[in-house]
Design a protein around this ligand. Structure first.
Ligand SMILES: [Zn+2]
Length: 159
């Protein structure tokens, strides 16, 4: 593969990545934490850089906005389910599952946790996730304004 001569800004996470000179797409990359989830791979990898294209960034803003709406709906309607981690059979992986009071109490009462506390935790999560999504949306919109339409960034070449 030809050596990259320019860097571009990732539409999703805003990091600076090498642009493949043949395809115009930025390199695959990961990151540690994105709002409330951990990801190994950024969805902005192998996509056009923000200087060239904003479609993916705008789709992601819409996705974050939809999530905010669902968090707000849940808060307004009253939390009646909470998330628990359940092991996936035959693996060491845990999965999140939403359960109602009855199922939750069957699993948690013996350890002295109260349902009301679990609901309060869920409420706090929803408030926190809303704020984090809003923060991400602000960042993406700021980066669209700052970088879209700009030239790609020349990479430093070793002398
Ligand atoms: Zn990225």
């Amino acid at each position: 593969m030809a050596k990259a001569t320019h860097n571009g800004i990732c539409q999703i996470c805003g990091s600076e990545q090498a642009v493949n000179p043949k395809t115009g797409l930025i390199a695959a990359h990961g990151y540690a934490v994105m709002y409330h989830q951990q990801h190994n791979k950024c969805h902005g990898g192998k996509q056009l850089p923000l200087q060239v294209e904003t479609e993916l960034a705008r789709q992601y803003v819409d996705f974050l906005q939809d999530e905010i709406e669902s968090y707000q709906d849940e808060l307004e309607q009253g939390v009646d389910e909470v998330a628990i981690s359940v092991p996936v059979p035959g693996t060491r992986i845990f999965q999140t599952k939403m359960v109602g009071r009855e199922e939750w109490e069957a699993q948690n009462q013996q350890i002295g946790w109260r349902w009301e506390n679990a609901v309060e935790c869920r409420r706090k999560d929803l408030v926190r996730w809303t704020a984090l999504n809003e923060h991400w949306i602000d960042g993406i919109e700021e980066r669209i304004n700052r970088y879209h339409g700009d030239a790609l960034i020349p990479r430093k070449v070793a002398a």
